[in-house]
Design a protein. Sequence first.
Length: 291
Amino acid sequence: MRLGAIEAGGTKMICAICDENGNIYERMSTPTLTPAETLPAMHKFFEDHEIDCLGIACFGPLDLKKDSPTYGHITTTPKLAWQNCDIVGYFSDLGVPVGFDTDVNGSVTGEATFGIARGIKNVVYFTIGTGVGAGILCEGNLVHGMLHPEGGHVLLTKHPDDPMEGSNCPFHPNCFEGLCAGPALQKRWGVPGKDLTEREDVWDMEAWYIAQALVSYTMILSPEIFILGGGVSHQKRIFPLVRKYYAQFMNGYLKTKQLEDLDSYIVCQSLDDNQGLLGAAIIGKNALEAK
């Protein structure tokens, strides 16, 4: 089976040909400019490669309601050129079923199918990079609801030593994304996160915020595993700090086998940053099977 996959990110778009076993045969990448500049090359890639279906895991917000007149559209994204872009419709003339979901739901699907969450039915995946997003698997099903989870905008208590006034979010002075995403790191410390790798105080504060969010999600969703992806996941020193603060904030309230082994409960993405692409392929495969 030849599964077409698109991981549509705010910085770049990746197209690939995969199979149902998690193999990636060919790929191409293009910067996320305007739709008119970006989409034609992606369409041409799939025209040149025979596929049975196409899965799109996309930045949002998105309209995922299939009975909606704007199903398949990117909606109120801050990337203004992409507002109201009918990304599903653009690829409909390929003549294959098209599956569509958020980029983080693509990532959690990839990890649950091929990665560290394989066989686990209740999973929360966070990408912490340019923004913060949550992909949620509940009893084996992706969570959508009235829209889709906007997990980066849960509200947190600010660290008493945080030098940043407010946050980097234009909507919330104390949300997860506004305090933890890459642009927040740069606003707080004056340089990008990649230049802060040796600053223990930077990652200690970052871990304090992440742990706070994970405790809230534990209480609400009771996941069996948390997976952290995005740029922050490359800072390996942050994982012991997150686990330390998570245990501190939990304060012994819950007693489960998962919480007795936080090294296996709060983990790094496991698919070398291919989880979103592989998840998109499976989203396409699901659309094919639904047909």
